[in-house]
Design a protein around this ligand. Structure first.
Ligand SMILES: NC(=O)c1ccc[n+]([C@@H]2O[C@H](COP(=O)([O-])OP(=O)(O)OC[C@H]3O[C@@H](n4cnc5c(N)ncnc54)[C@H](OP(=O)(O)O)[C@@H]3O)[C@@H](O)[C@H]2O)c1
Length: 256
């Protein structure tokens, strides 16, 4: 046995890892931020709202770098990379988690500008983040993309969102091939339903609340406790041979 193979839990340690988390100001990104902070990672927090990021930073035990800006902007992503390297000396993990889903409408009634906003934020924002990450990640680097079960099992009324997430899952497969020779992995997490962001709108509707639970193998929505484990695994040495894949964390929604 070599390396940490005879100390298997050591491979899950993310202490000191330098991680960029986008969409860190609220919702699932805020939950991930708290978890990575508690696990000893050094964090760069990204979202558009500087004041909300400041609130999140104050809750943490570590001293994160706050980078307020828009993930749709290529130069902003490059600045996040540069500033993280300047602050922490490098980047080990880049979590592309920022995303939007502003409306539910069938394709015939979807406004083209809304389509562009969703695809630009979710897909192009992830591409630009991965592009900036590829410049600064070294051997053992990690790109983790927040996908969606709707990218695996697309849903009527959510065309732009479903298509953007499917394409993000495809993007990690390409990234894995291109970055594998440098020892960098890229994976997506296809999340199920959580009471944040778009999910919160559905959670407030009693019909949808129950319908989604009934269509989930575990019979319930995701909770904050259900979220961080898969990200911590993908960020750690324990996942060194996992790349180019989409891991579902959906309670079995895609199955039912
Ligand atoms: N909630 C669910 O049930 C669920 C299920 C599957 C997947 N997801 C995915 O999980 C991720 C987080 O969702 P959530 O539920 O936590 O949503 P949320 O509460 O609305 O949070 C979205 C985050 O993304 C940031 N953001 C949005 N547009 C941005 C932009 N252009 N540039 C920089 N940051 C931007 C937001 O901050 P600012 O507004 O300050 O920029 C916020 O921090 C998304 O990718 C979403 O698709 C969610």
């Amino acid at each position: 046995m070599t390396g940490t193979a005879n100390r298997p839990l050591a491979g899950f340690d993310v202490t000191g890892k330098r991680a960029v988390i986008t969409g860190a100001s609220r919702g699932l990104g805020r939950i991930l931020t708290r978890a990575f902070d508690a696990a000893g990672a050094q964090l760069t927090l990204v979202a558009r709202s500087e004041s909300r990021l400041g609130d999140v930073a104050e809750e943490l035990t570590g001293d994160p770098l706050v980078c307020a800006g828009d993930v749709r902007d290529a130069e902003f992503n490059a600045r996040v990379a540069e500033q993280t390297v300047a602050r922490f000396g490098g980047v080990d993990v880049w979590i592309c988690n920022a995303g939007v889903s502003p409306e539910v409408a069938e394709v015939a009634k979807t406004d083209p500008d809304t389509w562009r906003e969703i695809v630009d934020t979710n897909l192009t924002g992830t591409f630009l983040g991965a592009r900036a990450a590829a410049d600064v990640l070294g051997e053992g680097g990690r790109i983790i993309v927040t996908g969606s079960v709707l990218g695996v099992r697309p849903k009527g009324g959510l065309a732009a969102y479903s298509a953007s997430k499917s394409a993000m899952h495809s993007l990690v497969s390409v990234l894995a091939q291109e970055l594998g020779p440098r020892g960098i992995t890229a994976n997506a997490v296809a999340l199920g339903w959580f009471d944040t962001g778009m999910g919160a709108h559905w959670h407030r509707d009693p019909g949808r609340l129950d319908d989604i639970a009934a269509h989930t193998a575990l019979g319930r929505w995701g909770t904050p406790e259900d979220l961080p484990g898969v990200y911590l695994f993908l960020a750690s040495a324990a996942s060194a041979y996992v790349t180019g894949t989409t891991i579902t964390a959906d309670g079995g929604y895609a199955l039912v």
